[in-house]
Design a protein around this ligand. Structure first.
Ligand code: ADP
Length: 485
């Protein structure tokens, strides 16, 4: 039986296009088909939220676990999904974690406790399904109790992998939750799932899983330090030999300037001149002075402290004095939105901001801008810097996390590289990199080289899928007996 494909069960609370609040949903949607293309048999386990019913209808039930129905459906990619249907936990209007007013659901411990338990059973000898995975792959805190159940309580348990997409969200609940969820009492220990007197779902995953991953090699290093370790740096440092950083890919069918239906003028490396029409359209759309010679800077994303929006505001005056223009698209903290609006008032025709979420406009910005700004203080992986390189819009970015790993920094006075990195997340650090970018921009041969270097880079999922595949195989060496079912 060892020649059948390795079976992987993805366990996550989000998967695009069915349910999405962030990048996790994109990874859970895109990585399984990439793994399938690499010869693995991957299925996804998700909660059956009420909103999913509208997407998939009454998917047929195939089994019952811990009192919940397991329904089976197919994602648009063709990947099979097992949906854990517990109507008393997931059959309600609102978001996956919060109600319509943005308050966390008070029973999130029960909701994701049951979900992870059910998924763990599916990856054990107790599964009622014929398809039994060789590996349980959990994502973020919502899946965190899965590895705990597998390690402590279930027979013939599959080994497990936990992926951290965002260490800042940990799923912390009162100590009584241990009893309420009928977890083995001994797991409530520092060498277990306890985090300063509370139960941490994420820590449970990170303690009990066999292998840990996060979404870039540099972030894997950073979270072992106190600054970005969110209190878990000790555990992550102890487990550093089992912790791997693998960068996310991008969907290069959606993000491809040669075929993108959302941009006014399509272009490619050998048709770079056609990018200019996108710049002109963007300047018009944002009420900026239409001038092909003025370097147009852009930023798209959440307007938060993490993303370094205050640093952009700090350098905006200088950027305009240097002849630059700036467009920003995003939503987030009210104070930062106000700061950006004030800049628009002060620099009419040179700075313009749109508050809102607009996927189509994000494409137009990637295509129309000259230089993309990403001064994130921390960035587990980040997507926009990859889109911008693909679109010949070199990024200026803080050398952190996935930004450091996916951008080849151009050195002082040079043209070799795909973007401009700076080390200190300060206004001065950002400005120094912007000046380097402007120098290169004003030397057309050099600028074209930087653009082309970025456009040539491979950000497809295939390379990352190969790395996950190698990790799975390290858990189940060839020749070992796999589950026969
Ligand atoms: P994070 O997950 O931390 O928000 P990422 O860069 O990993 O940051 O992914 C965010 C994604 O959401 C990117 O594809 C970005 O373009 C998109 N995005 C964020 N804000 C907006 C917005 N206001 N309008 C359109 N797209 C947005």
């Amino acid at each position: 039986m060892n020649d059948r494909p390795l079976r992987i069960l993805f366990v996550a609370s989000e998967c695009a296009p069915w349910v999405k609040t962030g990048g996790l949903a994109d990874v859970v949607a895109a990585l399984p088909p990439a793994l399938a293309a690499a010869g693995l048999d991957v299925r996804v386990c998700l909660p059956y939220y009420r909103s999913l019913r509208a997407e998939v209808g009454e998917a047929p039930p195939v089994a019952t676990v811990v009192g919940a129905l397991v329904r089976k459906a197919r994602l648009p990619s063709g990947i099979i999904a097992y949906l854990i249907d517990a109507p008393w936990l997931f059959g309600r209007d609102g978001g996956p974690y919060q109600d319509a007013d943005g308050r966390d659901w008070p029973d999130n411990a029960q909701r994701f406790g049951l979900f992870a338990h059910a998924a763990a059973i599916l990856a054990s000898g107790e599964t009622p399904l014929l398809w039994r995975p060789d590996i349980f792959h959990g994502h973020d805190w919502q899946a965190g109790l899965g590895p705990l159940w597998l390690k402590t309580s279930l027979p013939k348990a599959a080994p497990s992998v936990m992926t951290i997409h965002n260490l800042a969200f940990q799923g912390l609940f009162p100590a009584e939750t241990v009893e309420a969820l009928r977890l083995p009492p001994e797991v409530f220990a520092v060498e277990g799932a306890e985090f300063y007197g509370r139960l941490s779902f994420l820590k449970a995953g990170l303690h009990y899983a066999d292998i840990l991953t996060t979404v870039s090699p540099t972030y894997a290093q950073e979270i072992q330090g106190e600054a970005w370790g969110c209190g878990l740096h000790g555990l992550l440092t102890r487990r550093r030999d089992e912790l791997t950083g693998i960068v996310n890919g991008i969907d290069d069918r959606v993000w491809n300037p040669a075929t993108d239906p959302l941009i006014p003028s399509r272009y490619d490396r050998d048709r770079l001149a056609a990018k200019a029409a996108n710049k002109e359209a963007l300047q018009r759309r944002f009420d900026l002075v239409v001038d092909p010679s003025r370097p147009l800077f852009a930023m798209v994303g959440r307007l938060t402290w993490q993303k370094g929006i205050d640093l952009i505001a700090e350098v905006a005056d200088r950027l305009v004095s240097a002849g630059g223009q700036l467009v920003v698209l995003g939503t987030g903290e009210r104070g930062l939105e106000d700061t950006l609006r004030a800049l628009t008032q002060r620099h009419r025709g040179a700075v313009s901001v749109r508050i809102g979420f607009d996927e189509a406009l994000a494409h137009e910005i990637e295509a129309g801008a000259d230089i993309f700004l990403m001064p994130s203080r921390f960035e587990p992986c980040g997507l926009n810097q990859m889109y911008s390189q693909r679109y010949g819009t070199p990024p200026v970015a803080h050398a952190t996390g996935g930004l450091a790993d996916t951008i080849d920094g151009v050195g002082e006075g040079g043209c070799e590289g795909s973007g401009f990195l700076f080390k200190e997340a300060t206004g001065a650090g950002l400005w120094e990199a912007i000046e380097r970018a402007l120098d290169a921009y004003r030397t057309p041969v050099c600028w074209q080289r930087v653009m082309e270097t970025g456009m040539r880079k491979d950000f497809s999922w295939a390379a990352s899928a190969a790395r996950y595949r190698a990790l799975y195989h390290s858990l189940i060496p060839d020749g070992n007996q796999r589950a026969l079912t």
